[in-house]
Design a binder for this molecule. Sequence first.
Ligand code: NAD
Length: 495
Amino acid sequence: MTKRISHWIEGREQAGTSGRSSSVFNPAIGVVTGEVDLASTAEVDLAVASARDAATSWRETSLSRRSGVLFAFRHLLHERADELAAIITAEHGKVHSDALGEIARGLENVEFAAGVPQLMKGGFSEQAGTDVDVYSIRQPLGVVAGITPFNFPAMVPLWMCANAIATGNAFVLKPSEKDPSAALFLARLWQDAGLPDGVFTVLHGDKEAVDALLHHPDVAAISFVGSTPIAKYIYETGTAHGKRVQALGGAKNHALVLPDADLEVAADAIVSAAYGAAGERCMALSVAVAVGEIADPLVEAIALRLPKLVIGDGSRADTDMGPLITREHRDKVRGYVDAGEASGATVVVDGRDCALEDGFFLGTTLLDHVTPDMTVYTDEIFGPVLGVVRVSSYDEGLALINSNPFANGTAIFTRDGGAARRFQFDVEVGMVGINVPIPVPVAYYSFGGWKASLFGDTHMYGPEGINFYTRGKVVTSRWPDPATSSVDLGFPRTR
Ligand code: NAD
């Protein structure tokens, strides 16, 4: 029995009318569990019209009331995290504890956004001119949309919607069609938290729905997270249609391991970051750059850890790593391992024959002697595959990282504070870890890569998120004494 997954418009679930749908799988067992409706352009028009009406009254709602809704939502999300995590595991495949982890990181954004009365404070300059005061305010944009990837079906929508809603916008979410149920769960929580109907909308869909949002005159801004080619398309199309766009793309995250690194700490961290969520994280480490003599012991230490990881259905408590999202993706990742081996990489740990029932599993795979010309190095693989590139010096490792077109995250492993400080200064990457393998910034900083990992000027969430979802207005005001009023055609001066 499969379930039907429909849109959430005007505060209720509404069956799609396009006649198009897409299958949703449980990737751990390889069976279809749902059919998600795919919105047509006409359905996007209806949803945006309802969001536009809702935005008009929501921006009039006081900051205290908006903050109150955020607090209530935070409370509900915290209380029901286990249920949401189960939904995520059933459609994405990640293990339950990892799903709880993404909810926890999403919650941080809700907590940040609950401080909206403080976050939206403007500036005030009394007596900027004689009897003239100047002040700045920030106002919401209206209807804003979020288009999100499969790999964080709760956290990435929360990166966006918490700040967008807190600042007074109506938010239209187009989640990934591969694991769409988490979005509906969030919609119900928003409603239970007291959010007026229409302020949070979920439109399921594929390219047709995305294109309709990109072209819609009433959508003021688009936040996107996904792969680089689509991010570039979203940025170019959205900005060509006059929208504010932030589009986060793919990644190829390197760990630079210096000879003085604590081997056990580095190996634990790299294994966690390379194979957690089966490597389907934009901040996953997929390349270990081993400097000098640490290469052999590092490869050995990583290889020793991999057989201990339990691979299986993420809903089982003893599982460390779940399946990949689809059969096609699993086969594509396996193809990269084949290609790496054919071009000369050494397969130290081979996960290609991980046959677990009919799920989309691939075992942990470790490739040594990877070189920068191999596709296993050049492409984002998004699977449980770690490549080791051997270099002879810090400078060679740094040059490798800086010449990569992706620049989302990176990490250095060392005991040398000076080397770490140098790396932080030199490396051309948006998020840097020092002995921290997945340096996702806390919610009161902002998240974003450089180069092909981000199109647009603003990073996501945190202070930059508040700016993204608001626009500034500056008011110059005078309450003149009628006795001193006169006509003056000169350009206004402040002195
Ligand atoms: P994806 O680019 O395939 O899809 C992302 C979204 O775009 C989905 O909602 C999808 O429906 C939509 N989409 C797909 N094809 C489209 C098209 N042709 N036109 C318009 N819309 C389209 O990404 P994914 O496979 O869901 O997610 C994995 C990717 O996301 C990886 O590349 C990963 O690195 C990236 N990612 C990046 C970050 C980051 O913060 N930089 C975070 C998470 C994921």
